[in-house]
Design a protein around this ligand. Sequence first.
Ligand SMILES: Cc1cc2nc3c(=O)[nH]c(=O)nc-3n(C[C@H](O)[C@H](O)[C@H](O)COP(=O)(O)OP(=O)(O)OC[C@H]3O[C@@H](n4cnc5c(N)ncnc54)[C@H](O)[C@@H]3O)c2cc1C
Length: 360
Amino acid sequence: MMPGKVLVVGAGINGLATAWGLVRRGFAVEVFEQGPVPNPVSSSHDEHRVTRHGYGTMHRYARLMPEAFAAYDAMWADLGRSHFAPKPLIVFERGATDWIDASTADMDAMGIGWREVDLDRVAQLYPMLNTDGMTRCTEMDGAGVLFPVRILTDLAVHLARRGVVFHANTPVDAVDPEAGTVTVGATVHGGDHVVVAAGAWVARLVPGLAGTVVPSRQAVMFVAPPVELAAAWADAPVFFDLGEASGTYTLPPEPGTRLKIGDHVFTRRGDPDESRAGTDADVERLIAAASGTFRDFHRYVPLERKACFYTVTDDERFIAEPIGARGSVLSACSGHGFKLAALMGDKVAAGIAAGEPYRH
Ligand SMILES: Cc1cc2nc3c(=O)[nH]c(=O)nc-3n(C[C@H](O)[C@H](O)[C@H](O)COP(=O)(O)OP(=O)(O)OC[C@H]3O[C@@H](n4cnc5c(N)ncnc54)[C@H](O)[C@@H]3O)c2cc1C
């Protein structure tokens, strides 16, 4: 398509990355966001996100990671600064899983380094960890932390400077993907194409996805470690505990961020309009799991517990596809969407420019 006008619904990372890809290709873009830009209730709005090349048995996504890193590098070049901190990823098992072997096979093929960590040295290297039942520990390169709030904020500023029109606090009521229009109240806004990147609300605008794409209420906790572990945490890596009862991912405190613990057990419940305040029920499993991951976890001071929504599909597959002659949808289905968003948004934009909407 010759560059024309594209309407984007949603100012999370997928909507903004798509707008970024479109602006780079000369399109005029209007972004519609039901709340402020960025919106604190979006999935994308957080202090940090993990990025990595190791992807367990999801080999298809592992193979996308070199391109995903390159897409963020291109975004940093446009923004004039990077919002990525490289960090080792320490992955440990408490009983056999296939995650490490599957990941390292892909990493070997991609030339990304990794090494076994001698179990006798784990307690000395990482004194915060509970080593009970640990059967294997590996250190993986090609990983680190993305800083979402900074990325969203810089993208909003950058895109507005490039002429993108933001309609904040403007809930879209309906999308017509055949006509390339969105309806807000009594007003119909027209474009040459419309992209729906509405996160956990996506099925309200694309009813065909209801049932396939399910909102999932997830919990995270921000904590302060006991003072005698402050130095160990100051230079800590990212931790993945693959234990069945202790399954957690942990991001260390970085400048401007707090120590965060979450899990990947999908709840597949909840309504994205609910409060984001984490309840006792939200964090019950997480506290039990973190008590298995870390020594003396009861001594960590809670700073905040938060609920967050993303959508999930059964196979954790992204959905990027045409939904009509002038419409596309982009939905990161599961907890792994941020690291791929610059790439996915750019591919959606490239597909619109080529007149062949991207299909993932
Ligand atoms: C707790 C948690 C931890 C995660 N950890 C990681 C991680 O470590 N690594 C990783 O890669 N990924 C991670 N993810 C996943 C990642 O954050 C999400 O996949 C990604 O942010 C989804 O972005 P999105 O733009 O699709 O959705 P969102 O960020 O939710 O954006 C959608 C936007 O659309 C707006 N909207 C919805 N409906 C309408 C409407 N009708 N009109 C106008 N606007 C509308 C919403 O307000 C929202 O701002 C995590 C997610 C969570 C919740």
